[in-house]
Unconditional design. Sequence first.
Length: 112
Amino acid sequence: MSPSAALWTSIVLGSAAQVFLKRGVSTQRSSYLALLRSGWIWAWALCFVFATGLWLVALSQIQVSYAFPLLSIGYLVVAVLSQIFLKERVPALRWLAIGVITAGVALIYKSS
């Protein structure tokens, strides 16, 4: 896998992990043991482990000053995924803020 593909896959997996975590803690409130039995929590953990591994692959060949700011595209991915899978409402002002962040990410991406 190329470093760029590893970076983008890491970002998507990390974003999905956050949605899985939210789903897992929202459905299991009884105990920590119940959390450990939740499929959503296990999905979060697996995504997080793979995202971290891919992040390490990406960082081995991409400058951190380029790669780290690109993690901010995760805000957009999480907002979209949370609307679809968690049925969360994202207000217009939050979309505007995410748009500004995404524009910044686009500028960084074009700088390579």
